[in-house]
Design a protein around this ligand. Structure first.
Ligand code: RP5
Length: 228
C-alpha cells in the first residue's frame, strides 16, 4: 500500500491548464511571471505527492455517542495503514450537510464510505443514494431496541441503492471490509490482509491443539483465569 490516495487533480485537467497557461503567458499577456511559476509549482506539487496521506476511506457516524463503537472501525483502518477521515453527520439532524458530504466524497478522492448509526438509521442509505462509491453500514445498538431497528433500516435497502451492512456493532469488520475494497487495486495491501487472515487461522489451530492436549475441563479453567 502506498498509503496514498489517488490525486483528485485529474491528468486531463492538468494538461488542460498547462495548455491554457502556455497560451495565456507565452501567447497573449507575457506579464506576471511570478504567478506563472507559482502555478507551475502547484502542478508539480500536486503530481509529486502533494496528495500524500489523503483520506481514501471516510467514516461517518450519526452522533458522537456512536464513537466508542465506530472507533473499532478506525482501529482496523489503522492496522492496515489506510488513510481515513472521520466525521459526525446525521441524515435527520443535518440532512443538507449529509447530502453535500455524499455528493462531494468521490470528487475528494474517497473510495469507500463507512456509515454508522443507531435507531431509525437512515444515514448509510441516504449517503448511498447520493454517491457512486461503495457504502458500508454499521447498525449501532444505541436505542432501546438494541440495534435491531438500525439493522433492519440498513439492511432492507430498496433495489438500486445497495449498502453492505455488517453485524450490529460490527464496526471492526466494516473497517476490514473497507480495507479489502481498497485492496482490489493495491496488491501490497492484499498481501497484508491475506497475512492477517493466516494469523487468525493459526490462532484457531493453536487453540484447538491446546484443547486436545489439556482436555476441556483444564481448558475451561484456563479460560476462566485469563478472562479479560
Ligand atoms: C442516531 O441516534 C445516532 O446514530 C445514535 O446512534 C442515536 C442516538 O444519538 P444521540 O441522541 O446520542 O445523539 O441518530
Amino acid at each position: 500500500m502506498k498509503n496514498r490516495a489517488p490525486c483528485p487533480l485529474k491528468i486531463n485537467t492538468v494538461l488542460y491548464y498547462l495548455k491554457l497557461d502556455l497560451w495565456f503567458y507565452y501567447g497573449k499577456m507575457k506579464k506576471d511571471w511570478g504567478v506563472f511559476w507559482r502555478f507551475r509549482a502547484f502542478i508539480v506539487f500536486s503530481l509529486s505527492g502533494g496528495c500524500k496521506n489523503m483520506a481514501i476511506v471516510s467514516v461517518v457516524m450519526g452522533s458522537d455517542s456512536d464513537l466508542p463503537v465506530m472507533s473499532l472501525c478506525l482501529n482496523a483502518l489503522e492496522k492496515f495503514q489506510i488513510p481515513f477521515e472521520v466525521q459526525i453527520s446525521s441524515a435527520h439532524r443535518v440532512p443538507e450537510e449529509t447530502a453535500e458530504f455524499a455528493r462531494r466524497a468521490a470528487g475528494r478522492g474517497i473510495e469507500v464510505i463507512v456509515a454508522g448509526a443507531g435507531g431509525a438509521a437512515h444515514l448509510a442509505g441516504v449517503i448511498a443514494a447520493l454517491t457512486p462509491l461503495p457504502v458500508i453500514a454499521v447498525p449501532i445498538s444505541s436505542s432501546p431496541l438494541g440495534g435491531i431497528d438500525a439493522l433492519y433500516a440498513m439492511v432492507q435497502m430498496p433495489r438500486g441503492i445497495p449498502v453492505a451492512t455488517v453485524a450490529v456493532d460490527g464496526a471492526y469488520n466494516a473497517g476490514l471490509l473497507a480495507a479489502q475494497i481498497c485492496a482490489v487495486k493495491e496488491p501490497a495491501l492484499r498481501i497484508k490482509i491475506a497475512d492477517y487472515k493466516n494469523e487468525l487461522a493459526r490462532g484457531v489451530r493453536e487453540k484447538n491443539e491446546k484443547l486436545q492436549k489439556s482436555g476441556y475441563r483444564q481448558y475451561l479453567q484456563y479460560l476462566q483465569k485469563n478472562r479479560p
